[in-house]
Design a protein around this ligand. Structure first.
Ligand code: ZN
Length: 698
């Protein structure tokens, strides 16, 4: 049967085709591109006879052939019987981490035609378009072929608002059914899932968009730069599934058993939750968000227990979650909204099994009769309207008499001179206040951001300034022998300034490199005489270091970086340094000021042992986050990535510096020398590529 479609019947919203045209141009140039699909069972290929008969695969093949580009990659993130609300919680993990250049979205039969799904659909769309400014998006409206029902009306509001091209099976294929040009049985068995021929027609309809794009002249389209303000309350733009690996969210568990069986792929979607067999089982979560839902299995292997869910202790208004599914097509991953539009923050979500068909021996607790199935709580989903973005910073470099040229040459910082000593990568200190490089805070100083947007740092007044500072230091020559005071001494003697605890991760060091950490004086008297008499060789303790070493410098520790060493320093946000000795060097014809008496005041006697001072992290396991050090002021981590790493550090915010290589953090391209902050509530970040990162938190 040969069917042809009119473009006007297929494309119900043309939108802005700039990103699609750009995608087509890259495809023609044989660039490596990835095409991704997210949706329900139709996208998954349900009712097609093979994976390559599904509409998604056919569209992908059409793109490869049309642009004669065999290197285009295919990602299918379809999961049957799931809607855009669940997609909000899984789009990063299931799709965006593969860095798609073009994304198709198919939820118009799984979402209902209700405002709730306008909001969840918007949350999904915003996550996709926020992920990368050049991503191309096409919206697909599937339809029930008996009733013509779908959520197109709600979804089109989003399509128009974001000027996204969208294609409809209702105004094309379904319309032909109405006119008698096609029979339902030609294209579908169940009036929902297309058969192979139905999938082919769907692909034909979708590919009309590419016909249109290819008919446009290069440069005839205008780029769309701004993402508009949300149309809805936008409460699903950030969404997290709490599975059993996030045990920190559970405040009580009586009887819910974690399901630790292995998950085999994205459609193996009942995994990583908890099983309940018995009435009275309880599990209580404390999670952050505005909107909350429970994800659970409804099974055809009836009966299964019934669970009641409560939000914030409202026991009058429990929500019933029935584990039994009165159908025969299979188990369903059900997503039930428990609360919407609560104030952003921590909320208590509680589940109690109220009815069970499984008999348990009260003495041995063994199952006597297992007639049905356990209840499977798959996850608690917490969503909110806080749009997170990684805060990328433009650092400040300093000129120092001991500095070199590596910050310019190896790290590509845009500074002149061969005396570049320090790059203040993540700093809100007045002597080197970083500037936000991109995104909605572009151009702001980090100090302003910290003051004006405390919610980005979960700072409820406890910090009056950004507490940390990350630097890269290139010592071409030796730095002066110095010491820093602690908070108490600095507060009293330096106008309320903070003291300075610091640590070093050695990025590079010549052979037989040493640095100064500690001294050899046994008593305060010996210390004073060594310093006053200038017996520097007796006084200074040099220790050998190599690339990958970590050195913690407590306040009161005499220290100096020696020539040839390149390192990353994490420190308290302070610039109070007491110089003990400067090798009698001259700067502009003068010696730099020394602070001998203050130094003697604060130097710890005797010094910490060498073994306690240097730790080794050169060859840590790849794709693994390693905590190098933890003290009162900071935690410092390192990771070498050659594939992928998930970062999920429990902290208000995380400072990230790329010290080697390049890759992506949640789709943002990053390279050696880049510095950024993952703000409060950012959640899990996925790092991919070939790179080394050093992270620190308060
Ligand atoms: Zn120092």
């Amino acid at each position: 049967m040969s069917i042809t479609f009119e473009e006007k019947d297929c494309i119900v919203n043309t939108g802005n085709l700039y990103n699609l045209k750009r995608f087509a141009g890259k495809a023609k140039n044989k660039e490596e591109l990835t095409v991704g699909f997210i949706g329900g069972s139709i996208t998954q290929g349900f009712s097609s006879s093979a994976f390559d008969k599904c509409y998604a695969y056919r569209v992908y093949e059409n793109i490869k052939n049309r642009y004669n580009n065999p290197s285009v990659q295919y990602v299918n993130a379809g999961i049957g019987a799931t809607d855009s609300e669940f997609a909000c919680a899984r789009v990063s993990e299931d799709l965006l981490k593969y860095e798609p250049d073009l994304v198709f979205v198919e939820f118009s039969v799984n979402d209902e035609s209700e405002p709730h799904f306008r909001e969840t659909y918007e949350g999904l769309i915003r996550q996709i378009i926020n992920y990368r400014e050049d991503v191309a998006v096409v919206l697909i409206h599937s339809v029930f072929y008996d009733s013509g029902k779908n959520a197109e009306r709600e979804h089109l509001k989003i399509a128009r608002h974001y000027e996204l091209p969208s294609v409809s099976m209702r105004s094309s294929i379904y319309d032909m059914l109405l006119k008698g040009e096609l029979e339902n049985t030609d294209i579908t068995e169940d009036n929902l899932h297309p058969n192979d021929f139905g999938h082919k027609l769907m692909a034909d309809v979708i590919c009309k968009v590419f016909d249109l794009v290819d008919s446009k002249e290069e440069n005839s389209l205008e780029e769309k730069n701004e993402i508009p303000v949300p149309l809805t309350k936008n409460g699903y733009v950030h969404s997290v599934c709490y599975h059993n690996d996030k045990s920190e969210a559970i405040i009580l568990n009586e009887g819910f058993v974690p399901d630790l069986s292995e998950k085999t792929g994205i459609t193996d979607c009942f995994k990583a939750g908890w099983l309940s067999y018995d009435s009275g089982d309880r599990i209580v979560f404390n999670v952050v968000g505005e909107n909350f839902a429970a994800q659970y299995r409804r099974t055809i292997e009836r009966p299964a227990p019934v669970v009641c869910a409560y939000v914030d202790g409202d026991y009058e208004n429990g929500i019933i979650l029935d584990g039994s599914f009165d159908e025969d097509w299979g188990d369903k991953l059900c997503l039930t909204t428990l609360a919407e539009g609560l104030p952003y923050g921590e909320h208590i979500i509680e589940f109690e099994t109220v009815e069970s068909y499984i008999e348990i021996d009260p003495d041995t607790e063994e199952i006597i009769s297992e007639e049905g199935s356990p209840f499977m709580l798959v996850s608690v989903v917490a969503s909110d309207s806080k749009e997170r973005e990684i805060i990328h910073l433009d650092p400040v470099c300093t000129h120092n008499i001991w500095g070199g040229s590596r910050l310019r040459e190896d790290f590509n910082y845009n500074y002149e001179g061969d005396d570049l000593g320090e790059c203040w990568g993540i700093s809100a200190h007045p002597n080197g206040d970083g500037t936000v490089k991109s995104g909605k805070f572009k151009g702001m100083k980090l100090s302003e951001l910290f003051k004006d947007y405390p919610e980005l740092f979960n700072n409820n007044g406890e910090d009056d300034r950004f507490p940390l500072l990350t630097k890269i230091i290139d010592a071409k020559d030796d730095l002066s022998i110095q010491v820093h005071p602690d908070d108490e001494y600095a507060g009293k003697n330096e106008n309320g300034s903070l003291g300075k605890m610091e640590c070093w991760y050695v990025l590079d060091a010549p052979e037989n490199a040493t640095l100064v950490a500690g001294h050899n004086a046994k008593t305060k008297e010996e210390l004073e005489s060594m310093i006053h008499e200038g017996r520097w060789n007796d006084f200074i303790r040099e220790i050998p270091v190599k690339k990958g070493d970590f050195i913690q410098i407590d306040p009161g520790t005499v220290h100096a970086i020696k020539g040839g060493i390149l390192l990353l320093e994490t420190q308290q946000n302070s610039d109070i340094t007491y110089r003990v000795y400067d090798y009698d060097r001259l700067q502009n014809g003068k010696k730099r000021e020394l602070h001998v008496e203050k130094s003697i005041d604060v130097i710890t006697v005797p010094a910490k042992s060498v073994d306690d001072s240097v730790l080794h992290f050169a060859d840590t396991e790849k794709n693994t986050l390693v905590k190098m050090y933890e003290c009162k002021y900071y935690r410092v981590y390192k990771a070498d990535v050659d594939d992928a790493l998930e970062i999920d550090i429990p902290a208000d915010y995380v400072l990230v510096s790329v010290t080697e290589g390049e890759g992506f953090i949640d789709g943002d391209a990053v390279k050696k020398g880049d510095h950024m902050i993952l703000p409060f509530g950012y959640g899990k970040a996925v790092v991919t590529g070939n790179l080394q990162i050093i992270l620190s938190t308060k």
